[in-house]
Design a protein around this ligand. Structure first.
Ligand code: DC
Length: 236
């Protein structure tokens, strides 16, 4: 029997998962989770998981394959063998094809929210998500990171902000990228997505028990990152 420090790759992987610290950041659409989670991961020297990207890539793969987004078994089958790669430079590859921009459109977000209601897909993506735990630790952002995927996380953050300020941030991001946008349409879109994410039967968007609820309305990125890092340093 190999010891825990032995050379057996399976036992080393198990050790890696057990010793990796996890910090989860969940919250509604456009709450700034992605930016904050990446900055926190960088500050702590941790790995980073953008779980929303998995739902976005699944929806894109389904659309490209002509699969109906309401076809739960077919969608789950796609998620179970998702040929996705996260590159160190931030690019997301689907079967080797760079889909980084294609998955970031509002339409891709709506499609992701639609496939995310299927429990079979959520189950199919569990192992993939948990495989991102490596020492020294992982910062994972999404909707159910603290409630379902990493219930043992050392710190669970629920990051929120008013719908108006989230729509305003998204609007500015799009305009900065040279993409035309309509503030009212963005607000409606994110309220619709909030409603769907909060009301689905499985793993709905809600703060995990014991979560640190952080309202970032009126806070800038640096201030928000600082609040999370302070809370991390003060965790028991
Ligand atoms: O975080 P995001 O906007 O990239 O997520 C896109 C959609 O994916 C979101 O509307 C709901 C779904 N999602 C989910 O159900 N669970 C997660 N852990 C992450 C995202």
């Amino acid at each position: 029997m190999p010891s825990e420090q032995g050379k057996d790759p399976a036992s080393l992987a198990a050790l890696d998962v057990r010793q990796a610290l996890v910090l989860t950041i969940d919250g509604p659409t456009a709450s700034g989770k992605g930016t904050i989670a990446q900055r926190v991961a960088q500050a702590l020297g941790f790995y980073y998981l953008d779980s929303g990207a998995l739902y976005r890539v699944t929806a894109l793969a389904a659309t490209r394959a002509g699969v109906n987004l309401d076809d739960a078994p077919a969608i789950a089958a796609i998620g179970a063998h998702l040929p996705v790669r996260f590159e160190p430079d931030g690019r997301v590859l689907l079967a080797g094809d760079d889909v980084s921009d294609a998955i970031r459109t509002e339409q891709a977000g709506q499609a992701a929210s639609r496939v995310a209601v299927h429990p079979a897909l959520r189950d199919a993506l569990l192992a993939l998500q948990r495989g991102f735990q490596h020492v020294p630790g992982l910062v994972a952002d999404g909707r159910d990171m603290g409630t379902v995927v990493f219930p043992q996380a050392a710190l669970k953050v629920f990051l929120t902000a008013t719908p108006e300020s989230r729509a305003d941030r998204r609007y500015k991001q799009l305009i900065e990228k040279g993409i035309s946008a309509n503030l009212m349409a963005l607000l409606q879109d994110l309220q619709q997505r909030d409603a769907r994410d909060q009301s689905r039967a499985v793993a709905p968007l809600k703060p995990a028990q014991g979560a640190y609820v952080l309202d970032s309305t009126g806070l800038d990125v640096d201030q928000t990152v600082e609040q999370v890092l302070n809370r991390w340093a003060a965790r028991r």
